[in-house]
Design a protein around this ligand. Structure first.
Ligand code: SF4
Length: 546
């Protein structure tokens, strides 16, 4: 394998740390002064689709697609003619076949369709502190852009203000804040999804939500994620808080009640405690058949009143992938998210991230194969979201095409968090009295921001569009991180429209696997996507010989 390039001279971007396949650094820091592609696009939006200094430069691609297997080794087709999926009212006239006319709206679900303005959703942002700190930016940004946001596991369990009676939640202010913040700006597109793990199930999270929010929330069963194959973890540096978490029933390591540990903590030899969740799905009794247990869990949620239910699975092997697809289909769930081995929000063990599980390309290629098998057997295939190392518009196109027609959304974990904390850092500069509350890290704008602009309306490409949407009077309440999210989503949306126009696909349903080519034989073998000079070769020969 090779090192991913740290610097992109054409775009004028550079990674603070070591980049991974997504283009993000292996360690993404909330105080980062820039400036990778995701960071900069959060400010300048769609302008970042193009090389810098137009008029004074020429620019050439630095191909990296031929080496090794991965999404980077899939290339996107372009066609010299055609226009599939043109929206009603548009003709094949070149005046109509332009990229701004490409429709990238999507929807997912069974009986109830959840509409999205862009085919993306966030990863699960749960009890990690970075999710809590910048939540308002994430939630308002997702609602304004019109895509789903996922509240991850354990939000209630770690909330010191939440109240449990006989082990069941009766008050959950942090969960309420997260849901309410999205719903305040929700305008019919996107959704708020709440994940449940073993502890959440025991604490009665599902019952609490349905009582308070009815069907405004989608509930998600969680089997796993890409970053690790153990439950979610957080790190706390306070002995009393660690004891509180242990009392709440979590696995806390080391044991904060152990006198030896307490002594070591006093002398600062131990400075933090790791709070772990239990393994996903172990509450389902496999002696009786895992599917039976899964169906009972789904049946229980439906009885509570949930009309929309999803499942998230991780980078497990093929058996678990098949189970996830088949059970989701059998239970008529609304969405299945398949997360390839990759990153997380900060407390996945590093060598586990590096070495466990099935990487995204391999996992997603098999997802397609298994979904097709179900379809061939007359079983309705669930709507799929693919996750694991995505951050750019080319990633979105490739994921949608690789598992077409089943993929409806691309799930992105770390990338959409960048505009959230970047915006908060900038807002903290302009509103120093609120800097701590915003978790802003900066006292002054760094040069990397000042070269873009010196006041909010100049810094954020999305400022006027958001103002237009919410009204000038309401702009004071909109987190800058949400405005930055709007810029980032704008770049992704426009870039996706451009790839689709080049592939002559004017709606998402028209995207197909033939819109991809493998840049090397290894990737072809994994995905079944033809090598680039084999793809369409028969058609080429027919033309030449005809
Ligand atoms: S925002 Fe994160 S991924 Fe981007 S350069 Fe900074 S640290 Fe790296």
């Amino acid at each position: 394998m090779f090192d991913w390039p740290k610097q992109n001279d054409a775009l004028g971007t550079v990674n603070r740390g070591n980049p991974c396949e997504s283009g993000l650094c292996t360690l993404c820091m909330s105080d980062c002064k820039g400036k990778c592609e995701t960071w900069l696009s959060s400010l300048v939006g769609r302008k970042l689709l193009y090389p810098r200094n137009f008029g004074n430069i020429t620019s050439g691609a630095s191909h990296i697609s031929a080496v090794g297997a991965g999404y980077h080794a899939l290339r996107i087709q372009g066609y010299a003619y055609g226009s599939k999926g043109l929206p009603a009212g548009l003709s094949k006239d070149p005046d109509d076949c332009v990229f701004p006319n490409v429709d990238i709206q999507t929807s997912f679900g069974g009986e109830i369709k959840t509409k999205c303005r862009v085919p993306m959703m966030t990863g699960a942002l749960g009890s990690t502190f970075i999710a809590a700190k910048y939540w308002n930016s994430f939630a308002v940004g997702a609602a304004l852009c019109g895509f789903p946001i996922v509240i991850g596991e354990n939000v209630v369990g770690v909330d010191k203000e939440s109240k449990l009676e006989k082990g069941r939640i009766i008050s959950a202010p942090e969960l309420d804040r997260r849901i309410d913040m999205f719903l305040r700006y929700y305008d019919g597109y996107g959704a708020v999804i709440v994940q449940m793990n073993v502890e959440d199930t025991r604490n009665g999270v599902a019952e609490y939500i349905v009582d308070k929010y009815g069907d405004k929330v989608i509930i998600e069963l969680k089997w796993g994620q890409g970053a690790k194959d153990i439950g979610g973890e957080i790190q706390v540096t306070d002995l009393e808080y660690a004891q509180f978490l242990k009392d709440r029933g979590y696995v806390v390591d080391p044991d904060p009640y152990d006198p030896t540990v307490q002594q070591a903590f006093k002398h600062r030899a131990i400075r933090s405690f790791a709070r772990h969740s239990r393994l996903g799905a172990t509450d389902i009794d496999d002696s009786d058949g895992v599917e039976k247990g899964f169906k009972e869990a789904v049946g229980y949620l439906r009885k509570l009143g949930y009309k929309r239910i999803s499942l998230k699975t991780g980078a497990y092997g093929m058996e678990a992938l098949a189970m996830a697809i088949r059970y989701t289909a059998d239970c008529g769930l609304d969405l299945l998210t398949v997360d390839g081995a990759g990153g997380g929000t900060g407390m996945s063990p590093w060598n586990m991230m590096q070495h466990w599980g099935v990487p995204s390309l391999e996992l997603h290629a098999k997802t397609y194969e298994y979904c097709k098998l179900l379809e061939e057997n007359g079983i309705k295939v669930p709507d799929i979201a693919l996750a694991g190392g995505f951050a750019r518009e080319d990633h979105i196109f490739k994921a949608l095409a690789l598992c077409a027609p089943y993929t409806k959304l691309v799930c992105m974990g770390r990338a959409p968090m960048i505009p959230g904390y970047l915006g908060s850092n900038i807002e903290g500069v302009f509103k120093p009295e609120r800097r701590a509350e915003l978790s802003g890290h900066w006292e002054a704008l760094p040069t990397s921001v000042k070269t873009v602009g010196t006041y909010p309306e100049e810094i954020f490409s999305g400022w006027e569009a958001v103002k237009n949407k919410v009204g000038a009077d309401a702009m004071d309440d909109v987190p800058f991180g949400a405005v930055a999210m709007y810029g980032y989503a704008d770049k992704l949306a426009c870039g996706l429209q451009q790839f689709m126009a080049g592939a002559r696909k004017f709606d998402l349903a028209s995207i197909c696997r033939d819109d991809l080519m493998s840049a090397n034989r290894e990737t072809e073998a994994i995905t079944g996507i033809s090598y680039m000079t084999d793809a369409l070769n028969e058609k080429a020969l027919a033309i030449l010989k005809g």
